[in-house]
Design a protein around this ligand. Sequence first.
Ligand code: NAD
Ligand code: WQD
Length: 340
Amino acid sequence: MLILVTGGAGYIGSHTCVELLLAGHDVVVVDDFSNSSPEALRRVERLAGRPVHLHQLDILDAARLETVFAGRSFDAVIHFAGLKAVGESVAQPLRYFRTNLGTTLNLLEAMARHGVQRLVFSSSSTVYGNPTRVPLTEDMPLSAVNPYGRTKLMIEDILRDFCAANADWQVALLRYFNPVGAHASGLMGEDPRGIPNNLMPFITKVAVGRLEALSVFGTDYPTPDGTAIRDYIHVVDVARGHVAAVQGLASLRGARAVNLGTGRGHSVREVISAMERVLGRPLPTRNAPRRAGDATASWADPSLARQLWGWTATHTLDDMCRDALRWQTAHPDGYDTRPA
Ligand code: NAD
Ligand code: WQD
């Protein structure tokens, strides 16, 4: 298949491009590198041994996006491009609504004009809001707890409405839980700008001595060890989930939400212990108050993805820590680090 990948230079997009190419598909990437590096795509080509075709442009520019579709017939689109930082979305809600909704609307209009009717969209477990029950199945109630989450929920609604009006469309709304880790080669990984907000990139920076200590946000949750629980999933499993989804679109009808998680929850303390096992020494941590807006526990029931596409996550928490650490050690400054 010929697949258009928006945001293909980003964290999840770059790992997905490798898996798509290895599965024999051709890939065209659209990215403006607003939160990524062109070096990521060079690494994709090196790992897959095949070229990626790149259009460097802002998807909010509909006229330029149109040029990507001209003269090519895509079999499907995977839409990763967008803004994803929860705290930033609280401070700059309009920017989040403009970018996340605007890119999606431009993309849908371009696809419709060119008769491309298969889409995989990056949704998020954030659409379950603060879960009252776990594991989470796709039919559970949805809500938004911050502007970022609201953009995901609104886009899901837009896609459901759009598919209701256009019966030929086939759309997968993939709800990722907590993607972490890096490519096992150590050549690709997460490259957040500034001080990381998320747990795993913060821990790896502490592990390599770039940050002093990890603050454990909340030690009084009603969980076995008092820290919050999430479904961490290796980014390569997420990437392979996209290959499975894109290959399975032909048998979907309308817009279908599907969880991508492992089905296992791990506490913050368990993640720290796993990283300490991989590292072979203790990590400096300090107890801190709960972070506003955080849920106690969130993990997926991933059985729908298995039932539809035969996909399951295969990597363990130790794999996630080992690969994240390998990437961070080799690239303490992300893609700006000269290759070792
Ligand atoms: P990322 O920021 O690494 O990748 C997004 C890519 O989109 C970047 O390369 C960026 O340069 C590009 N981009 C952003 N705005 C653009 C625009 N207007 N035009 C063209 N390119 C643009 O993020 P990621 O972690 O790879 O996440 C990918 C998608 O998955 C996002 O939609 C995100 O909301 C969603 N998601 C991520 C997580 C996570 O924990 N990483 C969890 C759930 C859902
Ligand atoms: C995990 C746990 C923190 C940092 C976020 C988004 C979500 C989705 C995935 C995009 C929590 C704790 C963290 C630290 C800590 N992204 N923590 N010290 O919040 O579950 O999900 O990423 O869609 O929408 O909200 O992930 O990695 O930030 O936090 O103790 O320095 O680690 O409190 O319990 P989260 P996270």
